[in-house]
Design a protein around this ligand. Structure first.
Ligand SMILES: C[S@@+](CC[C@H](N)C(=O)[O-])C[C@H]1O[C@@H](n2cnc3c(N)ncnc32)[C@H](O)[C@@H]1O
Length: 488
């Protein structure tokens, strides 16, 4: 590019092996696609790839190289010179540094298309499956914002400073209550708005911030301020009942302080139906305390998926996008092609949400899960909902499936619904499933890469009939996917 500090390096210009860019280089790059985690790809003709943060597919950007490896480099966008038609202005003032969202600058339909494409690519590249049967990602355009029923905010006295604040030198007060800076677990943004949180959570955030300032409360830091009090603020809201739980996590219990906080919060946010105080005096930065004090109300809220009510306490797992969770479970159920006489296993069942959701449609369901506390919740949920054709076993699936702990009434399942953690299934579990060989498998996953790896192994005995991505987390790069497998 003449008269410019930017060096043009894209597919057109680089036709033979050119020197690798160096850290700090300023380049003008044309992008071709968006890769995993939302970075745009600029591929030179010699195969060298530059992943560009902040860019979309089919645009030209001026970017700075921030990292160089042997076959690729990473860059950050400084200016968009030829924007993609998929680009839009992010609505959130914290977009960029905030770790909460990464795709707000992409129109929602384009986010869905990119996620569909991502699923296709991982099944082709990792699963080695040609033309995988991927359907269009199932999104929720009406609720692409404010969809989260749970938000975890952090307290900090090392607020992330904007370039303007640094330039002004006015950095005396560094209190923050909000979300973490992307990739920086030691830095927090003072987030006054959040477009993925529900509206009540935002009001709780504002009232809590005022309360902290009015009372000059300090933030706990095990190294520099062990006498500090504040750690996390977790807000959970039920979509079905609109009940809201506030869990303030502190380093120690102060009854008087909690009572004052409770009175202020209830006066200003009447939707708050219960307030709990988890106390964690350990170093570990986790919102789960060693002790929990009920400050106001019952200590739980109730939400609903399908026709089933779930009791949610401060530390129990519950899907964070309730409406999309119901759609995910519907698809999981449909892909298992359930019949009224079926015996079904719900593997990695958590608190039994899927078991209880499908139970009315089948003869019986067995849920298996490692966490004892989740199994206790699952049994309690079943009892409260009066569902009697389910049973739950606590244990590591790798061992449980090989042991004789499966009750005989549940032997020879007709269908499996599998929902493992991000790491997917252990190869031993896949092997046992292949030996068990149930007729139908519905495999739900929050990580299509490990799902593709596991499905490739299951193809030994199964046909892959469909892949349905479901967008549970608009504005982020995460995607859930359900695979339908039928024994040959
Ligand atoms: C994605 S969650 C399942 C959530 C649940 N299906 C739901 O929708 O609420 C995965 C679950 O797998 C459990 N888990 C992880 N490793 C396991 C193992 N080796 N054996 C059994 N359960 C395991 C975790 O405790 C977690 O509850």
């Amino acid at each position: 590019m003449e008269n410019s500090q930017y060096l043009v390096q894209n597919e057109q210009e680089v036709t033979e092996r050119a020197p690798k860019p160096r850290k700090g280089d300023l380049l003008t790059l044309r992008t071709s696609s968006v890769a995993f985690e939302g970075k745009a790809v600029s591929r030179r003709a010699d195969g060298f790839v530059i992943f560009i943060e902040g860019a979309l597919a089919n645009e030209e950007v001026e970017a700075e190289i921030v990292k160089v490896k042997s076959s690729f480099a990473e860059a950050k966008t400084l200016r968009v010179t030829d924007p993609s038609p998929d680009r839009r202005d992010p609505i959130c003032p914290y977009f960029g540094p905030c770790g909460g969202c990464s795709l707000q600058h992409m129109k929602y339909e384009a986010q869905l298309a990119a996620k569909t494409n991502q699923v296709r690519e991982v099944f082709e590249h990792i699963g080695k499956i040609a033309n995988p049967p991927v359907r269009d990602a199932f999104g929720d355009p009406a609720r692409e914002f404010h969809y989260r029923n749970k938000m975890e905010f952090s307290f900090s006295e090392e607020r992330w400073l904007t370039p303007e604040e640094i330039a002004s030198g006015d950095v005396a007060d560094r209190f923050a209550l909000g979300l973490h800076v992307r990739g920086r677990y030691d830095r927090v943004l003072d987030t006054e708005v959040c477009y993925i949180a529900n509206q009540t959570a935002q009001r709780v955030l504002a009232v809590t911030r005022t309360f902290v300032r009015e009372n000059n409360l300090r933030v706990f830091n095990p190294d520099t301020l062990p006498e500090g009090v504040l750690r996390f603020l977790v807000v959970r809201t039920s979509l079905a009942t609109q009940e809201t739980m506030v869990n303030i996590v502190t380093s120690h219990y102060n009854e008087n302080l909690m009572e004052q906080y409770s009175q202020k919060l209830r006066a200003e946010v009447p939707e708050v139906s219960t307030i709990v105080n988890n106390v964690n005096g350990r170093r570990a930065q986790v919102a789960q305390g060693d002790a929990e004090y009920a400050i106001f109300g019952s200590g739980f809220i109730t939400d609903r998926i399908g026709k089933i009510d779930f009791r949610i306490s401060a530390n129990s797992f519950f899907q964070t996008n309730t409406l999309q969770a119901e759609r995910l479970y519907e698809i999981g159920k449909e892909f298992a092609d359930l019949k009224s006489d079926d015996t079904v296993w719900d593997l990695y069942c958590g608190t039994g949400t899927i078991s209880l959701f499908v139970a009315p449609a089948v003869k019986k369901v067995l849920g298996i899960e490692m966490a004892e506390s989740a199994i206790a919740d699952a049994k309690a949920n079943a009892a409260r909902d009066g569902i009697t054709n389910v049973d739950f076993i606590a244990g590591d699936l790798r061992k449980v499936l090989l042991s004789d702990s499966i009750p005989s009434a549940f032997h020879s399942p007709d269908a499996l619904i599998i929902d493992p953690p991000r790491s997917g299934m252990h190869p031993d579990v896949v092997k046992t499933i292949l030996e068990l060989a149930p007729e139908r498998i519905s495999y739900i996953s929050c990580n299509p890469a490990t799902q593709a790896r596991d499905v490739a192994l299951l193809l030994e005995k199964y046909d892959l009939l469909a892949l349905q991505p479901v967008d549970m987390f608009p504005q982020t790069w995460h995607i859930e996917c359900v695979a339908k497998l039928v024994r040959r």
